[in-house]
Design a protein around this ligand. Structure first.
Ligand code: FES
Length: 320
């Protein structure tokens, strides 16, 4: 690890297509040195070949420090990070990778776990399965929701005997009539059970709605790699920075956080998916389009999570 930059230079040692538009990569130290350890739910930030930084959940076994594994969905309509990683890298390439950070860790006091993954949201869950299986102490179950077998990462592995009774994969074939009935999971809160959900915004919104009667501290969200922060009908807006008077334009296909970075306005950030709470900024004027999973309703008129949220009004004023 470079002590000044905080980046590690790792080599891509394997790369495979594991489902439709879904790539799995293994990265290791070039001399085989052990990598910094991590717990399930952790992510690393990677510098993409096109120059942008993107966070990706580590999906390999946390007990294995010989290499890191990530899996990405190539999002044709995303911000370009996943396309750059999918199309612009090959085995043998070097990548700058941060040390692991965990904003989605398994609760130490939980008695059991219900994991709900949608699409590429399986990545942190795969590490959780391995950690919980190795621990061997607490009950867990994964419900993995995808469109069809072709688009399902790690399908053979998760359908194998090793996970019998602990993993349920459901395909809806893109038909709302065949959608999994989530309510039967959340109808009756289970004492000591913690829910972990990672996947598309629609899935996380549903789980959030259906767990309103669960203790809020027992429901956790993550959305890495699911590419859900940007929407096709997003519009450009402007942000005024009250402390300097500067105005920043946020393009339709750009996050507010990236626009601020482009102007060298640094806001702390980690998950870049609206789940960790580190990029909270005071909103002084304007109406925000909140897309995070952090702010409480009574905070929304005065704060904004700049990694995912945008503007309903054409102009916002931030305390920056
Ligand atoms: S960086 Fe985590 S909520 Fe914005």
């Amino acid at each position: 690890m470079d002590p000044t930059s905080g980046w590690m230079r790792l080599k891509i040692t394997e790369k495979r297509v594991i489902a439709k538009d879904t790539y799995w990569l293994a990265l290791a130290h070039p001399e085989g040195s052990a990598l910094p350890g991590f717990e399930a739910g952790a992510h690393v930030t990677m510098k993409m070949p096109n120059g942008v930084n993107r966070p990706y959940s580590l999906c390999g076994d946390p007990a294995d420090t010989g290499h890191y594994e990530v899996a990405i969905k190539r999002e044709a309509n995303g911000r370009g990070g996943s396309i750059s990683l999918a199309d612009g890298t090959q085995v043998g390439d070097w990548m700058d990778v941060s040390a692991p950070v965990n904003a989605f860790s398994l609760d130490a006091k939980a008695k059991s776990f219900l994991l709900v993954a949608g699409g590429i949201g399986i990545t942190p869950m795969r590490a959780m399965l391995q950690q919980l299986q190795a621990e061997g102490l607490r009950a867990f179950k994964l419900v993995y929701l995808t469109r069809d077998a072709d688009s399902t990462a790690f399908l053979d592995e998760l359908n194998s005997e090793a996970w019998a009774g602990k993993v349920m994969v459901h395909h809806d074939q893109g038909d709302a009539q065949k959608a999994f009935d989530l309510w039967k999971l959340f109808d009756k809160p289970v004492t000591g059970c913690h829910v972990y959900c990672c996947g598309p915004q629609r899935l996380m919104d549903e789980v959030k709605d259906m767990t309103g009667h669960w203790p809020s501290s027992s429901v956790h969200f993550e959305s890495f790699g699911s590419g859900n922060a940007l929407q096709t009908d997003d519009r450009e807006f402007t942000v005024e920075l009250a402390r300097t008077g500067k105005t920043v334009r946020v393009g339709a296909g750009q996050s507010l956080l990236d626009a601020l970075r482009g102007e060298r306005v640094l806001v702390p950030s980690s998950c870049e998916s609206g789940t960790c709470g580190s990029c909270k900024v005071t909103l002084l004027e304007g109406e925000a389009d909140h897309r995070d999973f952090v702010l409480m309703d009574d905070e929304k008129s005065q704060h904004i999570m700049v990694c995912v949220s945008r503007a309903c009004s054409a102009h916002l004023v931030l305390d920056l």
